[in-house]
Ligand binder design. Structure first.
Ligand code: ITT
Length: 199
């Protein structure tokens, strides 16, 4: 069986990708399977750069095809913050949400979007990147216990519930991660078809 590594140690992301990859020919591993992986500094200035840095590092270290997900929440009234600093906005998820809600006190424009960029690296090179988004609004208090990160305060467009109140199947049908993944999966499928035609 072929396997691919996702360059993340975030168990929630791994779980979402396990549900998204409905292909029993592919086994998904993550950096949780490589505990000696030294880590990598996410010093890029965009989701795309950080996704590429992570995918390349994992591909080189594990010596197999790898992909990475760099993602985050952009709030319009905060000029796109926390953006690429979403994971580093405060030490814990609860503190990040508390800080976000504090910074939005008195703000009536609650529009926001989640962004996800997937980078794929093969043979020590990033071959492509794919972006997905989901638009929505920021609630006034955390609601729900599913998902992770900012899910309890993000209400996707067309919904009254937060991501954390949706089931994982519901989130995975519409999320920024699912939208980026669809594009990446189409690309991989096309590449496989081209390879098959060459033989
Ligand atoms: P890796 O770098 O190891 O993949 P990470 O959690 O540090 O793990 P990022 O640097 O991409 O990942 O930061 C993403 C942060 O954005 C994440 O920690 C959450 O705070 C937030 N985030 C991204 N996708 C999310 C989602 O689907 N639901 C809620 N919060 C999300």
């Amino acid at each position: 069986m072929a396997f691919i590594v996702i360059a993340t140690a975030n168990a929630h992301k791994v779980q979402e990708y396990r549900e998204l990859i409905q292909d029993n020919r592919v086994e998904l591993k993550s950096l949780l399977d490589y505990p000696a992986f030294p880590g990598v500094e996410e010093n890029g200035s965009s989701f795309k750069e950080n996704a590429s840095i992570k995918a390349l590092a994992a591909c080189k270290y594990c010596d197999v095809p790898a992909f990475a997900d760099d993602s985050g929440l952009e709030v319009m009234a905060l000029n796109g913050e926390p953006g690429i600093y979403s994971a580093r906005y405060a030490p814990t998820s609860e503190e990040r949400i508390a800080k976000l809600l504090k910074n939005m006190e008195g703000v009536t424009d609650r529009r926001a979007r989640f962004v996800c960029v997937i980078a794929i690296a093969v043979n020590g090179e990033v071959i492509d990147t794919f972006e997905g988004e989901i638009r929505g609004t920021i609630g006034f208090e955390p609601k729900g216990t599913n998902g992770f990160g900012y899910d309890p305060v993000f209400i996707p467009e067309g919904e009254t519930r937060t991501f954390a109140e949706l089931s994982s199947e519901e989130k995975n049908r519409i999320s920024h991660r699912a939208n980026a993944f669809k594009k990446a999966a189409e690309f991989v499928e096309d590449q496989m078809n081209c390879l098959n035609e060459d033989f």
